[in-house]
Design a protein around this ligand. Structure first.
Ligand SMILES: [Zn+2]
Length: 258
């Protein structure tokens, strides 16, 4: 775990006092004042193994009966505005990626699900346009600082990592910014599943729904027991069964949003 505290600024948004919490550790034990901003990183990993893919398919039956969820210590309050940096978007999805990311963002904002439950959550993930700012996530999967902007974009990530989100939140547990970097090096993405999907091809919508659920305050559930939920730690290639929320994802969001 790496922690660094630099200086303390006067307001939350301008704060440069950052507690960096590496993935897998908790920041709950770190005392923070109102003018500190915390960050936590979450990756979704690649899962190319055939047995895991089989498990995922078999467990699809539990999508609406498994209400398991886990939460982080933050939430989106009201509206979170996000920006898009299309630099490095893979050519095969350059015309569709942004709309797909918007769809995934709205899925999480409203609670759109596979189980017929009302999609009536009142959070808003507002698309704020394109930007040349980069997501503040580096190629090692480290969070590189809070600029107060939530940027989704493309770049290189550590091995087996499809996407990575760094979320900055204040001592009241409210998200101030959340950056998502999507791999554009190791994996092939699709926004419409190819007719004969094979190999390491992944669904962008599923992945972004997962990342936005991290931004919203959800943590991972069990890869095997909760395999039909969006919040499993890993995804299987060519799987589009989890574009919308399962019962556990929905219950988690509802618990956060009240
Ligand atoms: Zn994740």
């Amino acid at each position: 775990m790496r922690r660094s505290i630099t200086t303390i600024a006067a307001t939350i948004l301008a704060a440069s006092a950052v507690v960096v919490t590496a993935q897998g550790t908790t920041s709950a034990t770190i005392a923070a004042t109102d003018n500190q901003v915390r960050v936590e990183a979450e990756a979704i990993t690649f899962n190319g193994d055939a047995s895991a893919a089989t498990t995922s398919t078999a467990a699809a039956d539990t999508a609406c009966t498994d209400t398991t969820y886990a939460t982080k210590s933050w939430k989106v309050s009201g509206t979170l505005t996000w920006l898009y940096n299309g630099t490095g978007v893979p050519a095969n999805i350059s015309g569709t990626a942004l709309d797909t990311i918007k769809t995934a963002s709205n899925t999480v904002a409203t609670g759109a699900n596979r189980c017929g439950m009302p999609a009536n959550f009142t959070t808003v993930y507002a698309y704020g346009g394109t930007t040349t700012l980069k997501p503040q996530v580096d190629a090692n999967g480290a969070c590189t600082g809070n600029d107060g902007k939530s940027v989704t974009g493309w770049g290189t990530l550590p091995a087996k990592t499809l996407a990575y989100t760094c979320t900055y939140y204040n001592a009241k547990g409210v998200v101030v910014a959340s950056d998502t970097l999507i791999d554009n090096t190791a994996y092939t993405w699709f926004t419409s599943k190819p007719a004969n999907c094979t190999g390491a091809q992944y669904d962008l919508q599923t992945t972004l729904t997962h990342e936005r659920l991290h931004t919203a305050g959800l943590a991972h559930v069990d890869q095997t027991k909760d395999a039909a939920q969006v919040m499993t730690p890993a995804s299987s290639p060519c799987d589009i069964s989890r574009r919308l929320l399962g019962a556990g994802d929905y219950a988690g969001l509802k618990s956060i949003n009240g």
